[in-house]
Write a protein that binds this ligand. Structure first.
Ligand SMILES: Cc1cc2nc3c(=O)[nH]c(=O)nc-3n(C[C@H](O)[C@H](O)[C@H](O)COP(=O)(O)OP(=O)(O)OC[C@H]3O[C@@H](n4cnc5c(N)ncnc54)[C@H](O)[C@@H]3O)c2cc1C
Length: 495
């Protein structure tokens, strides 16, 4: 018999919705808190820059029981994703579980000595505390803006210049007729550079520290979902927990794997003309692939070719009135400086004593299956296993987390087992796969299949692979198949 719990879900984005559904479905009493006025998280309309679209193809950015509409393009636009998330919430009647405009200000262990947490909540001027038996955290990796400034910014602004974080660029009228500098190497930086160039900016300079591998939507004419999201490709990256036999096989196949990645690099260099734009990365692609690998914004290389976008390697050194000086010595006249420098990862409402247990001194998170920490009971993260198909990752871990919370995993780990696994994963990230350290180590890509295999095994799934071995080996993680695998896990109801 599983006791019905009162469960807090923090966040109303992709992950919060997945968590609310998973806990509600098992019969728990869910109360969700979203600090914004609306659902959607990064896709909520007032937080999205114009022209934003997914990096993942639509079949790889949906919940298992709710495909994106047929009429959506292969890579849906931001407002379409927003509508899609609303339709998912409506389908499962999740809105009734959430309190919008409600911020979780603090989270402490319960003072009454019961298992669980006390949340300090704020809605307008109202502030109160509420106890929960379990907390599912879905506050994402992109909630706190990374704010940076450069010497001379005040003078730039006094001269009429404008400095903004990428999330504040919400309307192209902000840059029409203006000279724009966009700082950052990520997809949001290139999305904004292209959007500005195509929407009447007088000039666009795109400034980034170093070239990184960027994957076009079509690699050699083939949709990248057919090339990069498959077990056969994933198995070529140096994964964790290899047995001695697997290590021998990996050593034997090393030349083939090497040739495969050099082939991919050559294809990308030729297709994107990376040499011409001085954008060939130094790092071998197989070492670099992680959640930070951007997809090429359509129009980026066209903009570079036409000269509408000019790329500069380096960063902003200082502003001098309306002149922006770069670290490489270049000087650019600008009216608007858009800092696409990302977001701060963190759990700011968790007190330091708990953060000390969660985060290592080098910023790596101590989380078993990228979700739970044995020293912080009665809580877990949903969506901290981000990937190239984050909606599916969030749904998978939400289903895992509710079973973990209820002691219903087929393979319920002990504290010692979790700590051993955490140490093994940290060691792998630090010594064998530095790319996996990105975002505090909270990225399951490119190891989607392996991560999902572990979760399904833990949950006791009777089916975790497609019947057709060729499809299983050579095609992407299909949401319908994962729906079937989840349905094959032992079901139960709390009550
Ligand atoms: C422009 C862009 C494009 C992307 N494209 C893709 C893609 O194609 N494929 C992919 O896999 N991923 C993509 N991502 C990554 C994306 O972040 C995830 O796919 C997913 O949307 C994350 O959802 P989440 O719910 O975990 O976090 P979020 O969407 O960040 O939602 C977290 C929510 O928690 C709320 N919150 C935070 N703190 C509190 C608090 N203290 N109290 C109450 N509420 C709080 C926030 O308001 C927010 O609504 C993209 C991200 C961006 C920014």
């Amino acid at each position: 018999m599983v006791n019905r719990k009162k469960v807090a879900v923090i966040g109303g984005g992709v992950s919060g919705l997945a968590a609310a559904k998973a806990f509600d479905e098992r019969g728990h009493r869910v109360v969700g808190f979203e600090r914004s006025h609306d659902f959607g998280g990064v896709w909520e309309l007032s937080r999205s820059y114009p022209g934003v679209q997914t990096q993942s193809p639509k079949a790889l950015y949906c919940y298992t029981d709710h495909p994106m509409p047929e009429e959506y393009p292969e890579w849906p636009k931001g407002p379409q994703v927003y509508d899609y998330l609303h339709s998912y919430a409506t389908k499962h009647n999740l809105q009734r579980l959430f309190r919008l405009n409600t911020n979780v200000a603090a989270m402490e262990r319960r003072a009454d000595g019961q298992p669980g947490w006390t949340l300090t909540l704020e809605a307008g001027s109202h502030r109160w505390r509420e106890d929960f038996d379990f907390v599912a955290i879905g506050t994402g990796q992109f909630s706190e803006k990374n704010i940076i400034s450069h010497p001379g910014q005040d003078g730039f602004e006094a001269a009429g210049g404008q400095v903004m974080h990428s999330s504040e660029y919400t309307d192209p009228s902000m840059i029409r007729g203006k000279r724009v500098v966009v700082l950052g190497g990520s997809k949001s930086a290139t999305d904004i550079a292209v959007n500005a160039a195509e929407n009447g900016a007088a000039s666009v300079h795109w400034v980034y520290l170093e070239p990184v591998w960027r994957i076009p939507y079509f690699v050699g004419g083939i949709n990248f979902k057919r090339l990069l999201y498959m077990r056969a490709q994933e198995q070529q990256f140096n994964t964790w927990g290899k047995s001695p036999f697997q290590r021998v096989i990996a050593a034997l196949l090393k030349p083939l794997v090497w040739a495969n990645f050099r082939g991919l690099e050559t294809l990308l260099k030729t297709q994107l003309k990376l040499k011409k734009y001085n954008m060939v990365p130094d790092v071998p692609i197989e070492k670099d692939v992680s959640c930070s690998v951007p997809i090429v914004t359509p129009g980026l290389f066209e903009g570079l070719k036409s000269g509408k976008i000019k790329n500069i390697q380096g960063t902003i050194d200082r502003y001098d009135a309306k002149t922006v000086h770069m670290t490489g010595g270049e000087k650019v006249e600008a009216d608007v400086s858009i800092l696409a420098v990302g977001w701060k990862l963190g759990v700011p409402y968790l007190p330091q004593e708990h953060l000390d247990k969660l985060i290592e001194s080098d910023g790596q998170y101590r989380v078993y299956r990228l979700s739970v920490n044995p020293d912080l009971p009665d809580m877990g993260f949903v969506g901290f296993n981000s990937s190239f198909c984050t909606v599916l990752s969030a749904e998978m871990i939400a289903n895992w987390l509710v079973r973990y919370a209820d002691g219903q995993l087929a393979d319920q780990p002990t504290e010692a087992q979790m700590n051993d696994n955490i140490e093994m994963m940290l060691n792998w990230k630090r010594n064998e796969r530095p790319a996996a350290q990105i975002y505090g180590g909270l990225c399951s890509a490119p190891f989607h299949f392996k991560h999902f295999d572990e979760l399904l095994t833990d949950m006791g799934a009777r089916k975790s692979k497609r019947s057709n071995p060729l499809a299983e080996q050579f095609s992407y993680p299909d949401h319908r198949a994962y729906g079937e695998f989840l349905a094959s896990c032992p079901q139960y109801q709390a009550g």
